[in-house]
Design a protein around this ligand. Structure first.
Ligand SMILES: Nc1ncnc2c1ncn2[C@@H]1O[C@H](COP(=O)(O)OP(=O)(O)OP(=O)(O)O)[C@@H](O)[C@H]1O
Length: 318
């Protein structure tokens, strides 16, 4: 599978951090054309920052450093590189949680899709309107001709999420980033939206980064999973391998804390210790303070990802 996106030594820092700790710390990540990759980790582990950096919408307060940051061979560190602008708007689509808040409340949803289609496909008039209706149909919005006229406030959360997906896919992107796209939706709608995103990815041969804190969901839906803790990648591998043979103590703890892994509520495990405070000095391996297998070395010397297809950053793996 040829590589679409590659990041190495990728860090995001906020200059105001009193301890100088990077919030996303030296991440290595790659995704192949058409591949479905899940990025998992607890809240605050830096998944959204990473997604925003890839999509080119990271807050101006943050600084990026990377030894590699390429998409389809284009160096994304160089804003002057030919194709940079085009690529950010068209080749990478992103959907967020709470689509209703992300959509313009005073513009009809059909027009919002048409605005993006006009930019990407140079369509006008009737052809543009027809393309917007087709885009609504592609995300399985029933009665698309009528819904074209709806405002976001008149649609359910699930319908707004479908509209946002149609907007993200208007440029026929090579990569779709789905950042917790089903948070806040009811369980049935969650499954329908996820199925829709992944079906679209497969049909269009589009790569997809699915960001979630739900490890069970990641294991079921993705081909490969990357586990992040406090801004660092701790483990990466095929979904089935990580589920059945996790190698990093954090992945094991996440599996233990995932409801599907426990038969009874009594069996549900919490993840020990508290999330490190990046505004203070932290151990080299940021999981050290919560880890039952910690060694003296873990606090001083950061382990790099090691292994072939299944990689772990740990001095004392399982
Ligand atoms: N503008 C900012 N200034 C300073 N720190 C920030 C800023 N934005 C985010 N952060 C820090 O980055 C950390 C990672 O945030 P991020 O939203 O990427 O985590 P996440 O893994 O996506 O979590 P969630 O699942 O809750 O969305 C947060 O804990 C926050 O402290």
């Amino acid at each position: 599978m040829s590589t679409l996106l590659a990041l190495d030594g990728f860090s995001i820092t906020f200059p105001g951090n009193p301890a100088g700790n990077a919030t996303v710390d030296g991440v290595r990540l790659s995704i192949g054309k058409g591949e479905i990759l899940a990025l998992v980790g607890e809240s605050g582990s830096g998944k959204s920052l990473l997604a925003h950096a890839i999509a080119g919408i990271l807050t101006g307060a943050a600084r990026i450093e990377a030894s590699t940051f390429t998409f389809g061979g284009i160096d994304l560190r160089d804003r002057c590189a030919p194709g940079w602008r085009d690529l950010r708007g068209r080749e990478i689509g992103i959907v967020f949680q709470n689509a209703r808040a992300a959509l313009n409340p005073v513009r009809k949803v059909g027009r919002q899709i048409a605005d993006v289609l006009a930019e990407h496909r140079q369509l006008r008039g009737k052809a543009l309107r027809q393309a917007a209706i087709e885009a609504l149909k592609a995300v399985r919005i029933p009665d698309a001709e009528r819904r074209w006229h709806a405002y976001p406030g008149e649609l359910s959360g699930g319908m707004c999420q479908r509209v946002m997906l149609a907007i993200a896919m208007a440029g026929n992107p090579a990569l779709l980033i789905a950042d917790e796209p089903t948070t806040g939706l009811d369980t049935t709608t969650q499954a329908a939206i996820l199925d829709l995103i992944l079906a679209q990815a497969r049909t269009r041969r589009m790569a997809c980064i699915l960001i979630t804190h739900d490890l069970a969901l990641a294991m079921q839906r993705a081909e490969r999973v990357i586990v992040m803790h406090a801004g660092q990648v701790v483990e990466e591998g095929a979904a089935a391998t990580l589920l059945h043979r996790p190698s990093h103590p954090y992945t094991q703890a996440l599996i233990g804390a995932t409801p599907a892994a426990a038969r009874t509520v009594g069996e549900l495990a919490g993840i020990p210790g508290s999330f490190p405070n990046l505004a203070e000095e932290v151990a080299a391996c940021r999981f050290a303070g919560r880890c039952e297998r910690v060694l003296a070395r873990c606090r001083l010397d950061r382990p790099s990802l090691a292994g072939a297809s299944h990689q772990t950053a740990c001095w004392n793996p399982l």
